[in-house]
Design a protein around this ligand. Structure first.
Ligand code: FAD
Length: 316
């Protein structure tokens, strides 16, 4: 009770109790959070995390909710929705002639809660290359770095463009770390283990023409439109691709004859076999059952064990 009062005292009416979480996810699935607070600034984000940790309240940072499956019984403890939203030009390294950067790097800093697509559009409009191929990636900047989100046409990882970041350590210290700290890999970054929270990220980008950057970005969008289901409730690829397999996870699922398979309202997409879709009233339990069905059938047919890309959070 003391804890609840502390939270209420700190955050007032903006602290919500028993907040349904489905609306904050692209799957539109998930039960309530015990406590929920939406942070608008980095200082608020730090204050909320610090308070939760000081009171030993379990805490979950929610970005755009586009890579998670929240359990039907919701999340115990404190869910902090990160809606910090500033983007700033930081400066440049290299030669400048007549106000135009000829060579070298231009630095852009974004809050971790910035909508990733807003950052991509901003950098393209500023004539800065490095993120343009990711146009269409849902979610926040923080989520994209936590996952080291990627694109294949043309290939690139979000981590490739990271120069440094300000993080909040598990000891609640604000420190700045370089790219190497993250040990970026396929769907991985070190903060998945360290429990650091991303606050602000500096990207190192290169000058290019807006026309060229929009062309690459628009080609990415067109590829998404052709290869992925549109206007549906999903969390993107359900499974990671595996280097051992002859091809993609989607190919294996497709060739196991699972397109259109469903449990309740959770369906394997007809367009892309690695996408699970909520066609209306799917529960998290339905999605989990479908995931296990796919995993078992792909194992049986190809002797490959698929690993989930979607992160399960909370109580199922
Ligand atoms: C239609 C669709 C298409 C997609 N296409 C792609 C694609 O092309 N490539 C790809 O890689 N993924 C893709 N995804 C998956 C997803 O969009 C990405 O992984 C995205 O970057 C996740 O960001 P988010 O903010 O939504 O993260 P969330 O789902 O909110 O969170 C994911 C994890 O990140 C953690 N996290 C979030 N913010 C922070 C922070 N500030 N500090 C520390 N941890 C944090 C969360 O706690 C959680 O554990 C797609 C999803 C959809 C729905």
């Amino acid at each position: 009770m003391g804890t609840l009062n502390d939270l209420k005292q700190k955050f007032g009416d903006r602290l919500k109790e028993h907040e349904p979480l489905a609306r904050y996810t692209t799957f539109k699935i998930g039960g309530p959070a015990d406590y929920f607070f939406e942070t608008k600034t980095t200082d608020e984000l730090v204050a909320a995390i610090t308070l939760a940790r000081e009171h030993s309240i379990p805490m979950f940072i929610l970005g755009g909710g586009s890579n998670i499956l929240i359990g039907d019984h919701g999340i115990r403890g404190f869910v902090i929705k990160n809606s910090t939203g500033s983007i700033r030009m930081k400066g440049m390294k290299g030669t400048v002639t007549g106000g135009v950067a000829k060579k070298g790097l231009v630095f852009v800093e974004a809050d971790s809660g910035v909508i990733f697509n807003s950052l991509v559009r901003f950098t393209i409009e500023e004539g800065l290359a490095g993120l343009e191929m990711h146009l269409g990636l849902p979610g926040s900047v923080g989520g994209a770095i936590f996952m080291n989100s990627k694109w294949t046409h043309p290939p690139g990882f979000v981590g490739d463009a990271v120069y440094q970041a300000e993080i909040l350590t598990p000891e609640n210290k604000r420190i700045t770390v370089p790219n190497a700290y993250f040990h970026f890999g396929y769907d991985t970054s070190s903060i998945q283990k360290t429990k650091d929270i991303l606050l602000k990220i500096v990207f190192a980008l290169r000058s290019d023409t807006r026309e060229r950057l929009w062309q690459i970005a628009n080609e990415s969008i067109a590829y998404r439109r052709d290869s992925q289901p549109q206007g549906v409730c999903t969390a993107g690829c359900a499974f990671k691709n595996i280097s051992k397999a002859p091809t993609s996870a989607g190919f294996l699922i497709d060739h196991t004859g699972l397109k259109g398979e469903h449990v309740g309202d959770a369906y394997i997409s007809d367009v892309h076999a690695n996408f699970i879709i909520n066609r209306g009233k799917a529960r998290a339990a339905d999605v989990v059952q479908l995931i296990e069905k796919v995993r078992a059938k792909v194992k049986e047919k190809f002797d490959v064990i698929l690993e989930e890309e979607i992160i399960r959070v909370g109580e199922f």
